[in-house]
Design a protein around this ligand. Structure first.
Ligand code: GUN
Ligand code: FE
Length: 455
């Protein structure tokens, strides 16, 4: 029996788990042994039917074994590919306006307040705690334009154990940004982005780069050409991730067409902002050429199904993205989306895809009403919230798999006060389906990031 990996083990977990490496394929491992390394990664998985399972288990039992009962299931921690941290106080508010008005009347006046770190700190603490409790182990955050509050968010993620990619937002176009929430000196703003990147990389306790900086032009309307150009250069120089909103709504998409005579995707590519490290939020209105360009550059898309119902004027063609094997995951888009839960995002992704397929106007003929073959399944939704997000970010997260980080949540399917009802004749795939549709806060009894229990 090969024991060469023993010295590197921090602990061993015996549990049921679900994971997915491909959108249609769910893997279920009953009572497997997960050997967690001192580096926070899964260094070995020993299946229940492995010939040496019993011998290994007996050995591990002598020192490090944690055993979960049969009604507990591990899932990969979920990955939120798009969330606006400063909009946390706005969760569930003001969703009756179109995007441009919502930004000007509610969102920019709120984000401006993050000039004060004292204002930001308790909000960000509450947000990170709540997101972890919802099973979200990795978040790609937009913060505000303020470096000190953005760094505070990075520190809070490090303290609380969340994996995070954080973008100090860049916005300098006086035609679209309010006078009191704008970066008036573009060159200085670009220097601040460089300084922010360096500062995050150097933070104490960030040796493994669990928290990373992100280049974040808010969206084309809020940035000047010089800003987009400069950020593209910083992306080249620093190899950082890039995030932005892309072709989200009729208005935002048309703005980009009017200004550049091409789609947001093409414009971002021209400015050097479309690469393997880029995540485009929304992308609802993208063309087939955009799809091809995103695929060619190996960039990713954050599908935000809930906020799309409010601001997008349409539904993202998710099935087409999956068929073309684009990198795609899910975002809550807090607070354009009113729920911080990726279980909710899974449910909304399924619902939105069915609405796209069937159409919604009952006065039209059935054959004219919708888009053929647009619906996605719970399996694909699960993959999007886990593996899909990890692949899009190019990080070893989102799968319970050897060499991946041990970032997981533990679901209790017998919580007495919950909507999750597992019955004796439910098969593993029924159980996962019920977990996706009916998990609530109280069912998520533990969350681990990088081999450490954080909830
Ligand atoms: N486009 C530019 N900024 C925002 C934002 O904060 N939320 C959403 N949903 N879209 C945006
Ligand atoms: Fe957004």
């Amino acid at each position: 029996m090969d024991q060469s990996f023993f010295p590197d083990i921090q602990l061993v977990i015996q549990a049921n788990f679900f994971t997915a490496s491909f959108p249609q394929e769910i893997l279920f491992y009953p009572q497997a042994l997960l050997c967690i390394g001192k580096n926070g990664k899964i260094i070995r998985i020993i299946c229940r039917n492995d010939a040496s399972y019993d011998r290994y288990r007996a050995l591990f039992k002598q020192f490090t074994l944690i055993q979960y009962p049969d009604h507990h299931y591990l899932l990969p921690g979920f990955i939120d590919l798009h969330l606006h941290a400063p909009q946390w106080p706005q969760l569930g508010k003001a969703l009756d306006l179109p995007l441009a008005d919502w930004l000007q009347q509610h969102t920019f006046p709120l984000e401006k307040k993050y000039a004060s770190v004292e204002f930001a700190r308790p909000i960000y603490q509450d947000m990170v705690t709540t997101l972890l409790a919802n099973g979200t182990t990795t978040v790609l955050y937009f913060s505000s334009i303020h470096t000190p509050a953005s760094l505070e968010l990075a520190r809070i993620c490090l303290q609380k154990g969340q994996r995070a990619l954080i973008g100090k937002v860049s916005m300098d176009n006086p035609e679209q940004c309010p006078e009191d929430y704008i970066e008036t000196d573009t060159q200085q703003a670009l220097q601040e982005v460089r300084d922010f990147i360096e500062a995050v990389r150097q933070l104490p306790q960030n040796e493994t780069q669990r928290v990373q900086p992100v280049i974040t032009p808010r969206f084309i309307p809020s940035c000047s050409d010089a800003m987009l150009q400069g950020l593209g250069e910083i992306a080249q120089d620093t190899d950082c991730h890039v995030q932005t909103h892309c072709s989200e709504s009729d208005w935002a998409h048309q703005y980009g067409l009017d200004r550049y005579g091409k789609t947001d995707t093409a414009t971002l590519n021209d400015f050097g902002l479309l690469s393997r490290k880029t995540i485009l939020a929304h992308s609802n209105k993208i063309t087939q050429d955009d799809f091809s360009l995103i695929k060619q550059q190996h960039a990713g898309i954050a599908h935000c199904p809930l906020s799309n119902f409010y601001f997008a004027n349409c539904v993202f063609p998710l099935r087409r993205a999956l068929e073309q094997q684009l990198h795609v995951g899910l975002g809550t888009d807090v607070a354009g989306g009113h729920s911080p839960s990726l279980f909710n995002a899974c449910q909304h992704a399924i619902t939105a895809s069915k609405a796209l397929q069937d159409g919604v106007d009952g006065s039209m003929e059935a054959g004219q009403r919708g888009t053929q073959e647009a619906a996605i399944s719970y399996k694909e939704a699960f993959w999007l919230a886990s593996a899909g997000g990890g692949i899009a970010l190019d990080l070893l997260v989102g799968q319970i798999r050897e060499d991946f980080y041990f970032d997981v949540m533990v679901i209790d399917t017998q919580h007495p006060h919950s909507n999750l009802k597992i019955l004796p004749d439910d098969r593993p795939e029924d159980i996962l389906q019920k977990i996706i549709y009916n998990t609530e806060h109280q069912n998520i009894i533990e969350v681990w990031v990088e081999g450490q229990k954080v909830v």
